[in-house]
Design a protein around this ligand. Structure first.
Ligand code: NAG
Ligand code: NAG
Ligand code: NAG
Ligand code: NAG
Ligand code: NAG
Ligand code: NAG
Ligand code: NAG
Ligand code: NAG
Ligand code: CU
Length: 570
């Protein structure tokens, strides 16, 4: 087995725990899903959230940051069960039997060791830690067909990564459409913030939901287009047709709450708001930003925002609606006006709020670029670029197939790119859509364009990307100015309808990284490509025993159960 530098680090850390190990594994791992206590680091107080022990909000977390030596260990079980998130019973696939699954919580600079067991009978699995940089730990990215074979039923795999960023994210299955059967949960990495708050309200997980499984809807999606979703969920709850329970939060007057909002939908762009309350937005995905305020927040699939909400309303109207409103322009929903939670000032109240929603224009756009100013400023220098066109057509079987670049993406669960690289097989087919980025520390940019009036949330693994330009109903040409001076930075951004999105990143992380549309249907229908970044440095990072072992058990499962891959492979 090849010991990577990272594994050496773990061995060392386990042998001689650093002094900070007092914030022990069990304390963090036992915290509950939606109302986590604020973990503090010396200097971090309600009146100054900018400090984090020896580091602070101005630390450049791409090159610097704490190394606590603390190992935070979790065990996750992917299960098949029946739940009724909105009062309607159906089969779900879920992590540890709940939707969302357990929250993974750690402090900035900790190392997470997560043991995933596949307790399903009829699916593989693989868990992706969305937005996590996986700095030189590509094999832990959890993408079947790229970084591993799927985990076969009854098998386990351990993922290890360092929390070099802080903020909010989520984990989800990257096998087939499994994430949207319920295999997802929040990730919270405690760290400093660009604005002060008193308490954490916890994560606010937004999802769309259907009474049919997404596996059952996949044929319709491929033949006709995205199916109408039945309703939506806030933190795995909603009331539908008189059944089910809404998510509720209690506010104490005068308190400022931190909310960690996550969009985990398969195909829904939400506008999020709390009636009569203004939000102070302090981060985009894992990137702290200069605070700005808004009443209504656009959040598309895969994106996260940390927002601060002050309980500053008169307490005589004690109940307020929290709303996640699907935007009809791109994501119609059978229950669109009813995806709601309740904020109460008086926890004994059981009344439905009577408050009115803020007005908004129905559209599927990101928050304005001008508002999204990263707190730690970065500059993009002399990027070299390439064009990628997003298009759609039907294949020989008359099924929709999307593409970004030359071809619709098609890779094999049983033959992940890392295994190919290890075996020296680099004559990739067109459909594997490999972009060979062989130069280290180079800025590359991608002009993603479409003439189709459908927006796509574009997500990149292993990097934050820099949004150099974006245009709706517009064509990219030489007159477009690229913003290279501290542009918005994140890991999911919207390719606007009939428009363009120009993103850049630095080749500072050797590995095989997926870039794809985060609409679940589109990922399965091929809207993806892979960057093979610094390929000469990748094989030295591979833990071959793990890669081979997962593939060997997968191969055995496939040959005994005649499994057919009916999607892109990611
Ligand atoms: C990322 O990994 C590289 C290689 O191990 C290391 O030099 C660098 O400091 C790491 N970056 C961060 C932010 O941890
Ligand atoms: C998940 O379930 C497994 C198996 O029951 C259990 O050992 C583990 O502690 C659970 N994990 C969390 C984070 O609750
Ligand atoms: C979940 O259980 C149902 C009912 O037993 C079964 O039909 C389905 O194949 C199972 N799914 C997986 C992924 O194991
Ligand atoms: C996963 O299991 C579901 C049933 O729960 C089934 O419909 C689907 O075809 C399975 N997918 C794969 C790729 O095995
Ligand atoms: C709503 O509930 C009523 C009464 O239980 C039931 O008859 C009806 O079919 C339900 N409608 C939907 C759309 O689920
Ligand atoms: C909420 O705001 C609306 C105006 O948007 C106002 O008419 C109403 O009185 C406010 N409600 C409360 C309870 O403050
Ligand atoms: C990647 O591109 C470099 C530079 O053009 C080339 O030398 C190398 O062979 C390519 N590597 C692979 C794996 O395609
Ligand atoms: C795993 O390793 C064994 C022993 O070297 C080899 O025979 C087998 O082909 C490998 N399996 C895969 C999937 O690479
Ligand atoms: Cu898409």
């Amino acid at each position: 087995m090849i010991l990577t530098p990272l594994l050496v680090f773990f061995t060392a850390a386990l042998a001689s725990p650093a002094p900070q190990a007092a914030s022990s594994v069990s304390t963090i791992a036992s915290s509950t899903t939606s109302s986590a206590a604020v973990a503090t680091c010396s200097g971090n107080t309600a009146s100054d959230r900018s400090v984090w022990c020896d580091y602070d909000i101005s630390t450049d977390y791409y090159t610097d940051g704490p190394d606590t030596g603390v190992i935070v260990e979790y065990w996750l079980d992917v299960t098949n069960t029946t739940l009724a998130p909105d009062g309607f019973d159906r089969i779900v696939l879920a992590v540890n039997g709940t939707i969302p699954g357990p929250t993974l919580e750690a402090n900035w600079g900790d190392t997470l060791v997560i043991h995933v067991t596949n307790s399903l009978t009829n699916n593989g699995t693989g868990i992706h830690w969305h937005g996590v940089r996986q700095n030189w730990t590509n094999q832990n990215d959890g993408v079947p067909s790229l970084t591993q074979c799927p985990i076969a039923p009854g098998e386990s795999m351990t993922y290890t990564w360092k929390a070099s960023q802080y903020g909010t994210s989520w984990y989800h299955s990257h096998f087939s459409l499994q994430a949207w059967e319920g295999v997802f949960g929040p990730i919270v990495i405690n760290g400093p913030a660009t604005s002060d708050y008193d308490e954490e309200l916890g994560t606010v997980f937004l999802n769309d939901w259907s009474h049919d499984t997404v596996d059952a809807l996949y044929t319709y999606a491929q033949v006709t287009g995205p199916p109408l979703m039945t309703t939506g969920l806030i933190n795995g709850m909603n009331e539908y047709n008189g059944s089910g329970t809404r998510y509720e939060a209690t506010f104490t007057s005068g308190t400022k709450y931190l909310l960690r909002v996550i969009n985990g939908a398969i195909d829904t762009h939400f506008k999020f708001s709390i009636d009569n309350h203004t939000m102070t937005v302090i981060s985009t995905d894992f990137v702290p930003i200069v605070p700005y305020t808004t009443d209504v927040l656009d959040i598309t699939m895969g994106q996260r925002y940390n927002v601060i909400v002050e309980a500053n309303q008169p307490t005589d109207a004690t109940d307020y609606w929290m709303r996640a409103i699907p935007q009809v322009t791109c994501s119609n929903n059978g229950d669109g006006d009813n995806i709601r939670g309740i904020v109460r000032y008086d926890s004994s109240s059981t009344a439905d709020p009577t408050t009115t929603a803020y007005s908004y224009t129905d559209d599927c756009v990101d928050e304005p670029s001008a508002s999204l100013v990263p707190y730690v400023s970065q500059t993009v220098t002399s990027p070299t670029g390439e064009d990628l066109t997003v298009a759609v057509g039907k294949n020989d079987a008359s099924l929709f197939r999307w593409q970004i670049g030359a071809e619709s993406f098609q890779v094999e669960w049983a033959d992940p790119t890392l295994l190919q690289l290890y075996n020296g097989e680099t004559d990739w087919s067109e459909a594997e859509c490999v972009y060979n980025l062989s130069t280290a520390e180079q800025w590359v940019y991608w002009v993603i364009e479409t003439s189709i009036p459908v927006p796509h949330p574009i997500h990149l693994h292993g990097h934050d990307f820099y949004i150099l330009a974006t245009g709706e109903d517009a064509t990219y040409d030489t007159t477009v100015t690229l913003n290279t001076d501290n542009p918005p930075r994140r890991d999911v951004a919207t390719l606007p309808v009939s428009g363009y999105l120009v993103i850049a990143f630095l080749t500072d992380n050797p590995g095989v990284w997926l870039m794809h549309c985060h609409i679940g249907w589109h990922t399965s229908e091929g809207l993806a490509l892979q960057f093979v970044e610094r390929y000469t440095e990748i094989t030295g990072l591979i833990d071959y025993d793990t890669l081979n072992g997962t593939c060997a058990t997968w191969d055995a499962y496939v040959s005994s159960d005649s499994i057919v891959e009916d999607d892109s492979g990611v």
